[in-house]
Design a protein around this ligand. Structure first.
Ligand code: HEC
Ligand code: HEC
Length: 533
């Protein structure tokens, strides 16, 4: 992930921890009164029906995007507004000038705070001009006409004049390129008016209340499943209760409140087993599914992929847990979804020996895979419920560390920013028809247990004893806990606990050890932590 390169860029104190609250909001009609009261000191009302206002009426963005814009009015321009009023405006703008679901596809990782995502763009101009201080996703999650993209360019240079002297700017005529090349490109790719938004705006939105069967996967903990109960719905506000379990039998339980923006952007704050967690989900257009990520509010690196299907909607299989079985073995598999029918279809060579548990959302079976079961990914169904698959394999051919590159940050130690840890998983792969590991026809098996350790990434890291100072790797879980912030007198020149590590996973297979490695950069605090990276 690209980091903000100018630590002084934003009012860190105000922006740090700035989050969309799932709290009280006023009726949308109040929004106009707040705008007239609070914004028109600097902005102007335009001749239009219904009312329009300079700048703010000519852009569309995510709820997080609106939150950041209004927070900037506070931090940089001195807008005085209560948290409650800001919430009302974020809700109003997200609902009336948001993004259609298709318009967020491919950039949701930023809202879901998957901060190890490596962005790549076809346009190297875009990468160098617009995705070097912040994520490209921050840009992709906005829609504007050319005039508003142009205003944004002027705002950047006006606010941070030193921009032009930085690397990847002083080698070119930045302003000229931004206005004459980036603006037309942005206005063409990310236009204010779009058919998908017009369609989404006119669609009837489905309320979220109901019981939802969910399936999740969390590094260090593994598969999870259960039921999420959503109640309420007045002004798009809900209560949420989560009752589930991890594959190891430990509970996944808690409750909280949620708010829906733009008819499908689900944001919830929960307390799960005493830990504050946040859900960033998107609802499908038919209101039958919720998909996204649930993560710790303070430690957003600790999170799980999450999908849920509404009870009573069309039968659906969300997952088979675990998602693989070895030919010639007998395993317990859990099917998760809703409307799970009696007739299980696992494909040839797999036999249900015993049904251990069944309700509408979950079926637990003991399955025997014959030695000659066909290798590969197969679709599984339970009656009319389908949509999930199972990987049949005979041997692990290779292993990958996921993520292959991660950033952890020192922190804590009395400072204002927490440390950020790193979570790794070992992904097993089977060799394809060529019998070779690491070729295109390899098949993904799934996440398997591994034994973890770290090594110095290079000679410098070895000389500086990075493995000793930067933190501790849990050999069993793949969770790296980062060391504390601040100068360390034991290190060369009393430097901090930053470093460069190789992350190694060892997986035992047929008496051999298969190893894989990834890279972990341990670096300084995340001083700026805006809602969109
Ligand atoms: C004290 C003056 C001031 C007040 C009050 C103010 N703004 Fe702004 N606003 C600005 C300035 C200056 C800019 C252009 C620079 C920038 O984008 O930060 C701007 C730009 C904007 C933009 C465009 C941002 C972009 O990314 O292009 C939006 C949206 C906006 N304001 C919304 C609001 C809303 C909503 C309010 C009231 C809740 C408000 N502003 C109140 C000064 C103000
Ligand atoms: C010098 C670093 C830098 C570069 C280069 C840069 N940005 Fe930004 N950009 C920022 C910072 C810092 C903010 C945060 C402003 C705030 O506090 O909301 C920002 C905010 C934004 C926002 C959110 C504005 C809002 O209120 O909605 C968008 C969109 C954006 N940038 C797009 C771009 C585009 C497009 C380019 C390329 C033309 C670009 N940025 C280049 C630093 C940069």
């Amino acid at each position: 992930m690209k980091n903000l390169k100018l630590p002084q860029l934003m009012g860190g104190a105000v922006l740090a921890g700035l989050m969309l609250q799932a709290g009280v909001t006023h009726a949308a009609a109040d929004a106009e009164a707040i705008i007239k009261n609070k914004c028109l000191a600097c902005h102007s009302e335009e001749q239009a029906e219904p009312a329009q206002f300079s700048r703010m009426s000519h852009q569309r963005k995510s709820p997080e995007g609106w939150l950041m814009s209004i927070a900037r009015m506070q931090v940089m321009h001195g807008l005085k507004i209560s948290d409650d009023e800001r919430r009302t405006l974020v809700k109003h703008f997200s609902d009336t000038q948001g993004l259609a679901p298709e318009e967020t596809a491919g950039a949701r990782y930023a809202m879901e705070r998957r901060l190890n995502t490596m962005e790549t763009y076809e346009s190297s101009a875009f990468e160098e001009m617009c995705a070097r201080c912040h994520s490209g996703a921050r840009v992709e999650l906005q829609r504007r006409p050319a005039a508003e993209w142009e205003n944004l360019v002027h705002f950047h240079l006006g606010q941070w004049p030193t921009l032009e002297y930085q690397a990847l700017a002083r080698d070119r005529d930045w302003m000229q390129l931004a206005l004459n090349e980036m603006v037309p490109q942005l206005a063409a790719d990310l236009p204010l008016k779009s058919a998908s938004w017009d369609k989404w705006k006119s669609m009837k939105k489905v309320p979220m209340a109901g019981r939802w069967s969910f399936s999740a996967q969390m590094p260090g903990k593994g598969d999870a499943r259960g039921v999420m109960t959503i109640t309420g719905g007045k002004r798009d506000q809900y209560k949420v209760k989560l009752e589930g379990e991890f594959a190891d039998g430990s509970a996944l339980k808690g409750q909280g409140s949620a708010i829906v923006y733009t008819g499908y952007e689900w944001r919830a704050n929960l307390k799960i087993d005493g830990v504050k967690m946040r859900q960033v989900f998107a609802a499908s257009a038919d209101g039958a599914e919720l998909t996204g990520r649930m993560f710790e509010t303070v430690h957003d690196e600790a999170g799980m992929d999450f999908t849920a299907v509404r009870e009573g909607s069309a039968p659906k299989l969300l997952s088979v847990q675990p998602e693989f079985i070895r030919a010639g073995s007998t395993e317990v598999l859990t099917l998760v979804g809703t409307g799970l029918g009696n007739k299980l279809s696992l494909g040839k060579g797999l036999k249900v020996m015993e049904e251990l548990y069944r309700d509408d959302n979950k079926v637990v079976v003991q399955v025997k895979a014959s030695k000659d079961a066909a290798m590969g990914t197969r679709s599984v169904s339970a009656g009319k419920a389908n949509g999930a698959s199972l990987n049949v394999f005979d041997q692990i051919g290779s292993v990958k560390v996921v993520p292959s590159f991660a950033v952890a940050r020192v922190g804590g130690n009395g400072g204002s920013t927490p440390k950020y840890n790193a979570h790794f998983q070992a992904e097993a792969w089977m060799n394809g028809a060529d019998g070779k590991a690491g070729t295109d026809d390899d098949m993904r098996i799934g996440f398997v247990p591994a034994s973890w350790h770290v090594e110095p990434f290079d000679a410098q890291a070895e000389a500086d004893r990075d493995t000793h100072f930067t933190g501790k790797m849990d050999a069993k879980t793949g969770l790296f806990t980062t060391a504390a912030a601040g100068p360390n007198p034991e290190r060369r020149m009393s430097t901090n606990n930053a470093g460069n590590l190789k992350v190694v996973a060892d997986v035992k297979e047929n008496g051999k050890t298969l190893s894989a490695d990834g890279q972990l950069i341990v670096t300084v605090q995340r001083w700026n932590n805006p809602p969109l990276p």
